[in-house]
Design a protein around this ligand. Structure first.
Ligand SMILES: Cc1cc2nc3c(=O)[nH]c(=O)nc-3n(C[C@H](O)[C@H](O)[C@H](O)COP(=O)(O)OP(=O)(O)OC[C@H]3O[C@@H](n4cnc5c(N)ncnc54)[C@H](O)[C@@H]3O)c2cc1C
Length: 432
């Protein structure tokens, strides 16, 4: 029986502790908060979208960063395994639209309670209000045939109060940087750097985006259903999806905008590759909203002609009720450059054509994202290049493992991020 320390009592940490204890190890779970699963509690608007019930191909398709790294973790402990574990622990689940899995009770606290019951049953020693300050490691001289080399081994952890715990293996499950109020303050990223691991640039993701156009503020609160959002930079398209989005006082939010934000970092990186040192040469990222994705430009033009025909003597600004929600009309009139007081039968073919273009490509310039405090996940983290994908063990320090959002892994909304935490946590726990 080995002595295992898991740092962080979130989704990944609880799952790692469960898997390690099931292999007969003595596991100590250290959590700095006064309770386990503080972030889990607020997931899915308090209902906890535990995972996604789709097939494996779909799970992989929804991972944004380092999908190949997840093959062993996902196949080893998939969405079915998570659902079985949670249900067997007394929390029945249901599958909703988009294959999203929730507890039948709609209470995230029931998922936390179920996991807590397993921890207790398995004899995991949970220590709350226990904050780890640093990892303890030791260097040894090893030989491989004629070759001699230095190998680091994990020895334990030191807490902020000065106490130390020794261990044969340590699993770091401290989360990312988003919603720091839940305890994810990036401690694991610091531990990783201090022990010689690479950490990729971290940015807020699944996060609302800020835009240059101030007309968004005018549309604040307006939600658009069945629209298409495209992300374009340097003339190249990086994202295109249909769904629902929302205007806010700073720009755009809602499901489409949140998902698009996952592609922002990569878009900027790819579009500006090789331009880093040429001041002022960075490409802007644009969003284009297609307000009528079901209609081709031709079909839309015909539809507008028909609308105008039926309302010949109406002013342009009063003839758009069939096309847009009321709040959007003054903005569309202004952006079209057509005089709102003009009678529709006086609108020229060119004016109509450029209006069609505007409806199909309503442009926004992205100026940034909202901060980590508003981001569902952190993009970036401990580089997967320094982690063995078959075990989650560090390639630099023996006996040290990483799992969950602390790693450079992220996915779309829909239960996929928690699946990453469950799968990587489980793999780390069963590998120690
Ligand atoms: C508002 C919101 C809603 C979300 N909804 C969903 C959803 O419905 N479905 C989904 O799949 N994903 C959702 N996510 C994402 C999901 O919650 C995370 O991806 C997931 O919780 C990551 O799990 P983790 O265990 O890696 O990290 P965390 O859940 O962040 O857990 C890390 C834990 O480590 C502890 N810790 C940190 N440093 C130390 C230290 N030095 N010593 C001791 N303990 C420490 C923290 O206190 C924390 O409890 C949501 C995220 C947010 C913010």
């Amino acid at each position: 029986m080995s002595e295992i320390i898991v740092i962080g009592g979130g989704a990944a940490g609880m799952m790692a502790a469960i898997a390690a204890s099931e292999r007969g190890h003595h596991v100590v779970l250290l959590e700095k908060n006064e309770k386990l699963g503080k972030k889990l509690f607020i997931t899915g608007k308090g209902r906890c979208n535990v995972t996604n019930a789709a097939d494996m191909e779909t799970l992989f398709a929804h991972v944004c960063t380092n999908v190949k790294f997840l093959y062993s973790a996902f196949y080893g402990f998939d969405n079915r395994a998570v659902m079985e574990l949670v249900e067997q622990a007394g929390c029945p689940l249901k599958v909703e639209r988009g294959e999203r899995v929730f507890p039948i009770s709609d209470h995230s606290s029931d998922v936390i309670a179920a996991l807590t019951r397993i921890l207790k049953k398995n004899g995991v020693e949970v220590r709350l209000q226990t904050e780890v300050k640093e990892l303890l490691r030791e260097e040894t001289q090893e030989t491989d045939g004629a070759k001699s080399y230095v190998q680091w081994h994990i020895r334990g952890v030191r807490l902020v109060d000065g106490h130390s715990f020794s261990a044969d293996a340590v699993i770091v499950c401290t989360g990312g940087l988003s919603y720091a109020s839940t305890g994810s303050t990036g401690d694991g990223l610091k531990f990783a750097e201090e022990t010689g691991h690479r950490v990729t640039e971290c940015r807020p993701s699944l996060v609302p985006m800020e835009t240059a156009q101030d007309w968004c503020r005018e549309l604040m609160g307006l939600s658009l259903k069945n629209v298409e959002l495209r992300m374009v930079c340097g003339g190249k398209e990086y994202y295109r999806e249909q769904g629902e989005m929302l205007f806010t006082h700073f720009g755009v939010s809602g499901p489409l905008a949140l998902t698009a934000s996952c592609y922002l970092g990569n878009t900027q990186k790819k579009a500006n590759k090789g331009k880093a040192n040429q001041a002022g040469q960075t490409e802007s990222v644009y969003l284009y909203i297609d307000l009528k994705p079901a209609l081709s430009e031709e079909q839309l033009d015909k539809r507008i002609l028909r609308d105008f025909d039926e309302q010949k003597n109406k002013q342009f600004k009063n003839a758009l009720g069939g096309l847009f929600p009321a709040k959007l009309i003054p903005v569309m009139v202004r952006l079209s450059g057509i005089d709102g007081d003009k009678k529709v039968n006086e609108i020229t073919k060119e004016e109509r054509k450029s209006f069609v273009q505007l409806i199909k490509n309503l442009p926004l310039t992205v100026t940034g994202t909202r901060p980590f405090a508003e981001a569902i996940i952190t993009q970036g983290g401990v580089s997967v290049k320094d982690i063995n994908p078959s075990t989650m063990e560090s390639k630099r320090v023996k006996g040290l493992y990483f799992a969950g959002e602390v790693l450079d892994l992220d996915a779309h909304t829909g239960g996929f991020n928690l699946q990453i935490a469950w799968s990587t946590g489980h793999l780390a726990g069963e590998s120690v």
